[in-house]
Design a protein around this ligand. Structure first.
Ligand code: AMP
Ligand code: MN
Ligand code: MN
Ligand code: MN
Length: 293
């Protein structure tokens, strides 16, 4: 059977729009066989997703996406197949969420100065758990008419160099990879193209990442176009990294980004799942699969 993998997705536990159960249901409708839930700095949705996945015959990979401060910029590291009960990992993620709370309050203070009142409380109402992200503030700004859409909210208010930008101090690269490894997982560099690094700088990130025990990177991501996927495939091969594929799905409504769609790995790479022990009774979904591009 030709399996469909989506190894990077978000639920309401972080900044996704669907609950873990509804995310799994949609994944099933879209023909996904192997799904990783990778919420920002949180693993609380995995248990719920696992229950739903069992019912529809999806293989659920427990995951997380950890924010990392690297050379004064932000890099995201995805962890796959982690033990979500691991004390070191849980302690690390708890600290991350404390920092998120402090940073969210700073964002709210900045917005207040521009006459946007009660932004912290407002962002909490935008579907937030205990890990506020800029996405929650963006939704609030759109809802209150301070931005015309999410992109506009990031451009005008929340993005780097925008009026209410607060960077945040996240985990170190070593910490994130170590937490994931301690929890028995595989570390994956998320959407490398998004960082806009030169090949030299990306090589330096990869080299440090491998030193700490990182093993894979996202070759295929909705942030990567076809040429970028081919290029990242070559980098992965050259650097001896396994290749991952994920939509980074946050919410329905964007036809270009949906669960399991357009995620075929370029040829020649070694998939991150090459040695996973997948059950051989994964159900074929009810809906015909869209052709992978
Ligand atoms: P944070 O981790 O709190 O800094 O928030 C980062 C999240 O904001 C990312 O995971 C994306 O989901 C979202 N995001 C960042 N840039 C944009 C953008 N330009 N448009 C929409 N969402 C964005
Ligand atoms: Mn996000
Ligand atoms: Mn990310
Ligand atoms: Mn993500």
């Amino acid at each position: 059977m030709n399996l469909s993998f989506d190894l990077h997705t978000h639920s309401t536990i972080s900044d996704g729009a669907l609950s873990p159960i509804n995310l799994v249901k949609r994944a099933h409708e879209k023909g996904v066989n192997v799904l990783a839930l990778t919420d920002h700095d949180a693993v609380d949705g995995v248990a719920e997703a696992r229950g739903a996945a069992r019912e529809v015959g999806i293989y659920l990979v427990s995951g997380v996406e950890i924010s990392v401060t690297w050379r004064r910029g932000v890099v995201h590291i995805v962890g796959l197949n982690i033990d979500t009960e691991n004390p070191q990992l849980l302690e690390g993620l708890e600290e991350m969420r404390r920092r998120r709370e402090l940073r969210a309050k700073k964002i709210a203070q900045k917005l207040e100065k521009f006459g946007i009142a009660d932004a912290y409380e407002g962002a909490m109402e935008m579907g937030a758990c205990d890990a506020l992200t800029r996405t929650h503030f963006a939704r609030l700004l759109v809802e209150r008419g301070h931005a015309k859409d999410m992109q506009d909210a990031f451009n005008r208010w929340l993005g780097r160099k925008a009026k209410a930008y607060v960077g945040g101090e996240w985990a170190s690269l070593r910490e994130a990879v170590t937490w994931i490894n301690d929890a028995g997982g595989q570390s994956v560099i998320a959407h490398p193209i998004r960082y806009k690094y030169t090949l030299t700088k990306l090589g330096e990130l990869i080299s440090e990442f491998k030193d700490y025990g990182g093993v894979a990177m996202e070759v295929v991501s909705s942030s990567h176009n076809v040429q970028e996927r081919a290029r990242m495939g070559q980098v992965a091969i050259r650097q001896g990294l396994l290749a991952s594929a994920g939509s980074d799905f946050h919410s329905p409504g964007n036809p270009r980004i949906d669960l399991g769609q357009y995620l075929k790995l370029p040829s020649g790479v070694q998939p991150v799942w090459h040695d996973w022990d997948l059950p051989d009774d994964l159900s074929d979904a009810d809906v015909p699969k869209a052709a992978d591009a």
